[in-house]
Design a protein around this ligand. Structure first.
Ligand code: ATP
Ligand code: MG
Length: 559
C-alpha cells in the first residue's frame, strides 16, 4: 500500500481503531487483547452483535486475542440456558474466543482484594438500608453525607465482612462499601457498594458464596487479570470509568484502558434484554428465537446471514453519540448479501388456478431455469409445467387499470422461464370472486421469446399445480409501531404492532423445494427472500420472509 493509501485507510478508521493503532505503533502494547463480556441473563441481540464485531473484529484485524467472559455476578437472573445460547450465537456469527472465562472464577481473588481494601482503610461494612443509602448519597446538587458506620474500625470491618461471607446474616443486613469521596460530582464515587449479601445458588459456584461482588467491583479487575488492553464498553459506563480506574489503582494491579462507544438502537424494535424477556414470558412472541425478535437467534431463524450482520455493523461504524439506526439499513445489508448467494425459485403465495386449454392433457414439460443470475456456479434446474398451473391472484385484473401489464381478459404475459400465456376467460364463484382463469399458451414462445417479434411487457411467476408443494408462509412486519420507545410514555407493550405476523396458508412452491431443510434460504422470485423454518414437516413446508425485495433505504451521504 502506498503511504497515501495507507493514510487514507487510517482516516476512515473509527476512533477506537485509531487508539488501538497508536498503542501498537508506540509499543504500549505488543498485541491487543479484547473481550466480549455478556451477562448470561438473556439471549444476545443486535446490539451485542455490534460489540462482538468490534471486539472480535479488532482481534482479527490486528492479529490480537479476544476472550469471551461471562459477567455472572448476579445469580438471581442468570442461567446456563443463556450461557449456551450466547456461545452458539457467537460461533454462528463466525467468531471464536481465545479464552473462555467467567467472572465467577475470580470470586476468590475478588474477595481477597476486598479484604485488602478493608485493611488499607478503603472499604467499610455498612448497615444502612437501601432507602437510607439513597438518601445519604445526596444528589447532583447536594453532596453525600457519611453513613454512621463509615468510620468503623478496620478490625470490626474485617470481622463483619468475614461473617457476611460465612453466611451469618440475612440478605440486605450489611453491605461492603468502598470509602472514596462523598463530595464527588460523580455519584458513582460516593462510596459505591462492593459486595451485597444474596443467599442464592449460583449456576457455577453453587452454594459456595452468599455474598456477591457488584459489577463495578468485578469488571475492571477481571479485565486486569486477563491482561485486557482495550476494554470496550457502551456509553452508560462512561461515568463508571473513574471507579474502574480507582479500583485498579488502589489495588495496585495492571490497569487496562476502558473506552466507551454508543449503543446500537434500531427503529421499530426494542433492544433491552429485560423487555425482550418480558415478551417471551408473557407469550407475546413464540420465544427468544421468534423471527420478529431482534435477537441473534431470532433474525437467524428469520433468514439473516452472519455476513449481512457483519456488513451492517461495518456500515454503522463506531461513534460517541447515541443515535437511532434505520431498520432499513439492516434490511439493505441482508438484501445485498442474499442477492449474491440466494437461489431463485418460484412460489405463489396467493394462488389462482390457471387452466391452459390448448395444453395437451397429461403432458409434462421441463423448462430450464437459472438458479441465480448473480452466480453462474449455482447452475440451472428443470421446472415442470403441465396443463394446470397457479399464478398470484394479484397478477390478474378483470378490469386492468392503466399501466397494469399483467394478466387481464384478452391480454398476454410471459411466464417466467416458459411461454407466453394469454387470458381467454375466467370463472367466478358464487361470491363473485375470480377462482380460475382459462388461458392459452403459444408453443412458439418457449424460453420467453416470440419468433414474430410480438412483445409482452409483463413477466409473472407461476407454479405447476400437479407437482407443487404446499407451504405456509409467514410474513413479518415491524415489532413496534413507534420508531423508538424513548419518547413513549405509559405501557410500552401498547406499542407492539398487532400486525407484525401474517400467516399465509395454502401457498404453492415449486417441487425443487421438496428436499430443503430448515435454515435453507432462497429468493421467491418477485416476492422476497425467504428461509425455511424449523416448524417445517415433510408434508408442509414453512417459510419465513426474511425481507421483501423492495429496498426503500437510501444511503445517506458518506455511506
Ligand atoms: P441490555 O441492556 O440489553 O440488557 P446489557 O448491556 O445489559 O444489555 P450485557 O450482557 O451486559 O448486556 O452486554 C455485553 C456487552 O454488549 C457489553 O459490553 C455491552 O456494552 C454490549 N452491548 C449491550 N447492548 C448493546 C447495544 N445495544 N449496542 C452495543 N453494545 C451493546
Ligand atoms: Mg448489563
Amino acid at each position: 500500500m502506498s503511504e497515501e493509501n495507507l493514510n487514507e485507510a487510517k482516516e476512515t478508521k473509527d476512533f477506537i481503531r485509531k487508539i488501538v493503532e497508536d498503542d501498537l505503533a508506540s509499543g504500549k502494547h505488543k498485541q491487543t487483547i479484547t473481550r466480549f463480556p455478556p451477562e448470561p441473563n438473556g439471549y444476545l441481540h443486535l446490539g451485542h452483535a455490534k460489540s462482538i464485531c468490534l471486539n472480535f473484529g479488532i482481534k482479527q484485524e490486528y492479529g490480537g486475542r479476544c476472550n469471551l467472559r461471562f459477567d455472572d455476578t448476579n445469580p438471581t437472573k442468570e442461567d446456563v440456558e443463556y450461557v449456551d445460547s450466547i456461545m452458539d450465537d457467537i460461533h454462528w456469527l463466525g467468531f471464536d474466543w481465545d479464552e473462555l472465562h467467567y467472572a465467577s472464577d475470580y470470586f476468590d481473588q475478588l474477595y481477597e482484594w476486598a479484604e485488602k481494601l478493608i485493611l488499607d482503610g478503603k472499604a467499610y461494612v455498612d448497615e444502612l438500608t437501601p432507602e437510607q443509602m439513597k438518601e445519604y448519597r445526596g444528589t447532583l446538587t447536594e453532596p453525600g453525607k457519611p453513613s454512621p458506620y463509615r468510620d468503623r474500625p478496620i478490625e470490626e470491618n474485617l470481622d463483619l465482612f468475614r461473617r457476611m461471607k460465612a453466611g451469618e446474616f440475612e440478605n440486605g443486613r450489611y453491605t461492603l462499601r468502598a470509602k472514596i469521596d462523598l463530595n464527588s460530582p460523580n455519584i458513582n464515587m460516593r462510596d459505591p457498594i462492593m459486595y451485597r449479601i444474596i443467599h442464592q445458588s449460583h449456576h457455577r459456584t453453587g452454594d459456595k458464596w452468599c455474598i456477591y461482588p457488584m459489577y463495578d467491583f468485578t469488571h475492571g479487575q477481571s479485565d486486569s487479570i486477563e491482561g485486557i488492553t482495550h476494554s470496550l464498553c457502551t456509553l452508560e459506563f462512561e461515568n463508571h470509568r473513574p471507579l474502574y480506574d480507582w479500583y485498579c489503582e488502589n489495588l495496585g494491579i495492571y490497569h487496562p484502558r476502558q473506552i466507551e462507544f454508543a449503543r446500537l438502537n434500531l427503529t421499530n424494535t426494542v433492544m433491552s434484554k429485560r423487555k425482550l424477556l418480558q415478551l417471551v414470558q408473557e407469550g407475546l412472541v413464540s420465544g427468544w428465537d421468534d423471527p420478529r425478535m431482534p435477537t441473534i437467534c431470532g433474525i437467524r431463524r428469520r433468514g439473516y446471514t452472519p455476513e449481512a450482520i457483519k456488513l451492517f455493523c461495518q456500515k454503522i461504524g463506531m461513534n460517541k453519540m447515541e443515535s437511532l439506526v434505520e431498520m432499513g439499513l439492516l434490511e439493505h445489508c441482508v438484501r445485498e448479501h442474499l442477492n449474491k448467494v440466494a437461489p431463485r425459485v418460484m412460489a405463489v403465495l396467493n394462488p389462482l388456478k390457471v387452466t391452459i386449454s390448448n395444453w395437451e392433457e397429461g403432458k409434462v414439460e421441463y423448462l430450464e431455469a437459472i438458479n441465480n443470475p448473480e452466480d453462474e456456479s449455482a447452475g440451472t434446474r428443470q421446472v415442470p409445467m403441465s396443463r394446470t398451473i397457479y399464478i398470484e391472484k394479484t397478477d390478474f385484473m378483470e378490469e386492468p387499470v392503466k399501466g397494469y401489464f399483467r394478466l387481464a381478459p384478452g391480454k398476454e404475459v410471459r411466464l417466467r422461464w416458459a411461454y407466453y400465456l394469454k387470458c381467454e376467460d375466467f370463472v367466478k364463484d358464487e361470491n363473485g370472486e375470480v377462482v380460475e382463469l382459462i388461458c392459452t399458451y403459444d408453443p412458439e414462445t418457449k424460453g420467453g421469446q416470440s419468433p414474430d417479434g410480438r412483445k409482452v411487457k409483463g413477466t409473472i411467476h407461476w407454479v405447476d399445480a400437479a407437482s407443487a408443494i404446499d407451504a405456509e408462509v409467514r410474513l413479518y412486519d415491524k415489532l413496534l409501531l413507534c420508531q423508538s420507545l424513548s419518547d413513549v410514555e405509559g405501557d410500552w407493550l401498547e406499542q407492539l404492532n398487532p400486525d407484525s405476523l401474517k400467516v399465509l396458508t395454502g401457498c404453492k412452491v415449486e417441487p425443487a423445494l421438496g428436499t430443503v431443510q430448515p435454515g435453507y434460504r432462497c429468493q421467491f422470485e418477485r416476492t422476497g427472500y425467504f428461509c425455511c423454518d424449523p416448524d417445517s414437516t415433510p408434508e408442509k413446508l414453512v417459510f419465513n420472509r426474511t425481507v421483501s425485495l423492495k429496498d426503500s433505504w437510501k444511503p445517506a451521504k458518506g455511506n
